[in-house]
Write a protein that binds this ligand. Structure first.
Ligand code: MRU
Length: 347
């Protein structure tokens, strides 16, 4: 099958009996790969953000469970199901906000429960199925989201939600890929995404690989860009969606939603059902990862702040559901997400 246009980047791959990760800490200066042969290495890669983005860390964790099962079964075939619990806990603890990580590990755990004998092949197949389903969901969301975009639109995205952040193709960036291929987008703007610079380092790199032009803005320029009438849609991904539609995503997303509403710009969240957490009823319950102050106080290892300054560095924020015009998932579009609509979807 011919891959859709503008879709060549893959960050997560099973290769020769190990998990191969494109090391996102080195981009765009270097294209380096990590080879993970056990769950501890996968958990470290997630924690240290060599692999990042909600769907991608779920997929990496699923392969991590397959690696753990292989090792635990080889060491103690009679007790591997108890022993692997340590690995599952390690993977679950690697990052707190993206619920896709828990979703993937729980799906692998359910598979483990149903297995007898050598688990190697069955768990690898389950991880592959999670991976392939994510790419298929992204392509479907790409079509659904692109259908909402009027020809001649400028769009603004935040963080990196592309092939680097998923099994392939991307969520919000998948919609942008599809709409661009359909000739609907005149300009893609990307916020640089302080402080880790996912927009400047990763989204700009990924779009360059695909031959798609991108204009970077400082995150603080977004409201003024909207005031100039240059943006019709803000299109973002999500790390967790609560039962009422409140959405956790990269820090700065909430500011974009506020600015969008003020300027009559539409706000689209693109995320698969694996990002929905029906155990919680509002965004207030979503755990927000706090990252080191050094990410703000330094740049490329060089101090940029006055000595003795401290920093507050939440990695995500919560956008209230009432600021979201459309949540695109693989089953359809939820306009103005609200508890009853989300219950119907989950049910
Ligand atoms: O800290 P990161 O880079 O893992 O944060 C990623 C995001 O916030 C993305 O927008 C989100 O995971 C959706 S990725 C398809």
């Amino acid at each position: 099958m011919t891959p859709p246009a503008h879709d060549s980047v893959r960050a997560v791959a099973w290769d020769d009996g190990a998990l191969r990760l494109l090391d996102q800490r080195a981009l765009p200066q270097r294209v380096d790969y990590l080879r993970c042969t056990g769950a501890p290495a996968v958990a470290r890669a997630i924690h240290d953000m060599a692999v990042r983005g909600a769907p991608a860390i779920g997929i990496a964790a699923a392969y991590g469970v397959a690696l753990a099962a292989r090792a635990r079964y080889a060491a103690a075939p009679a007790t591997w199901k108890q022993a692997i619990e340590t690995d599952l806990a390690l993977l679950l603890d690697a990052r707190p906000t993206a619920v896709n990580l828990r979703w993937a590990v729980e799906r692998m755990r359910a598979k483990i429960g149903a297995l007898a004998g050598d688990p190697g092949e069955a768990l690898l197949n389950e991880a592959r199925a999670i991976h392939e389903a994510d790419v298929a969901a992204n392509r479907r969301m790409g079509e659904l989201g692109a259908a909402l975009i009027e020809p001649g639109s400028g769009v603004l995205t935040h963080c990196n939600t592309g092939a680097l952040a998923t099994g392939g193709y991307g969520t919000a960036l998948g919609v942008i890929r599809a709409a661009y291929a359909a000739g609907k987008i005149t300009q893609v703007y990307a916020g640089e995404t302080r402080p880790w610079l996912q927009g400047a380092r990763l989204t700009a790199w990924e779009l360059a690989q695909e031959g798609m032009p991108v204009t970077l803005i400082a995150d603080s320029a977004a409201a003024y860009l909207m005031a100039q009438g240059k943006v019709r849609w803000v299109i973002v991904g999500a790390d967790r969606i609560a039962g009422n539609g409140d959405t956790a995503n990269k820090i700065g997303t909430y500011s974009l939603a506020l600015a969008a509403r003020r300027h009559g710009v539409k706000f689209m969240v693109v995320a698969p059902l694996a990002t929905l957490d029906t155990n919680i009823s509002s965004g207030r319950e979503i755990p927000i990862e706090q990252r080191p102050a050094g990410e703000i106080l330094t740049l490329n290892g060089q101090p940029v702040a006055a000595p003795f300054a401290t920093a507050w560095n939440p990695s995500f924020d919560i956008t209230p559901a009432d600021l979201i015009d459309a949540w695109v998932n693989e089953t359809g579009v939820v306009f103005q997400p609200a508890p009853a609509k989300i219950r119907a979807l989950a049910g």
